[in-house]
Write a protein of this length. Structure first.
Length: 206
């Protein structure tokens, strides 16, 4: 068992089961009094992500920016240290993250943000593959990461001559517009270089 609350539920079940064994004069089961911590050498993190994690890329309604994230959620503060441990071991792949409170009471979540920062997660999830429909989400997220990285590089070198504030605005608004294409199903056409869109002074062809 990894999460303390799940171990507690298991011990409650085992206690009831042992009581039935005693009534039949059978040998009871003695549980191991330990909690195992996750590692990068097995598929446990992949498994818990299948059930309670997500890979997201969301547009910000109040700005021209976006969020590229890996999130893993777990209820009860007793389980918080497991999430903190996962953040610590992911640092081996140069990934930085934090454990923060959720909007729901007594729910905690890992948040790993940023296109560059999330790249290190591929090392783990490519080796220990997801097995549910979450695998499809991961593969799309990974493809989106590749496209965003290429666009950032292209736009950065296309706008170096702009003053810093104007450059940042143009850079972010172009990325956000591309993500809108992806969200509305136009990503396929973009992939084959059929989408052309522009802004005052700029036309980008992908």
């Amino acid at each position: 068992m990894v999460f303390p609350t799940r171990k507690a539920r298991f011990l409650t079940f085992l206690s009831s089961f042992n009581e039935k064994l005693l009534r039949k004069n059978l040998i009871t089961i003695t549980p191991l009094d330990i909690c195992v911590t996750p590692s990068l050498k097995d598929g446990w993190i992949s498994g818990i992500t299948d059930g309670e994690g997500c890979f997201t890329c969301s547009l910000l309604s109040n700005s021209s920016g976006y969020r590229f994230r890996y999130i893993l959620t777990q209820k009860w503060e007793a389980n918080k240290f497991v999430l903190e441990h996962i953040i610590n071991i992911f640092s081996e792949y140069l990934v930085e993250g934090s454990v923060v409170t959720h909007s729901v009471n007594d729910v905690w979540e890992i948040r790993i943000n940023g296109v560059k920062n999330c790249k290190g997660l591929f090392t783990y999830f490519d080796e220990y593959s997801l097995i549910t429909k979450k695998k499809d989400s991961y593969l799309k997220w990974k493809l989106l990461h590749s496209r965003l990285s290429k666009i950032k590089y292209s736009l950065y070198h296309s706008t170096l001559s702009l003053p810093p504030p104007y450059f940042l605005f143009k850079f972010n608004i172009c990325i956000k517009s591309w993500l809108s294409l992806y969200r509305f199903g136009l990503f396929y056409y973009w992939s084959f270089g059929l989408i052309v869109f522009g802004f005052p002074g700029f036309i980008f062809i992908f």
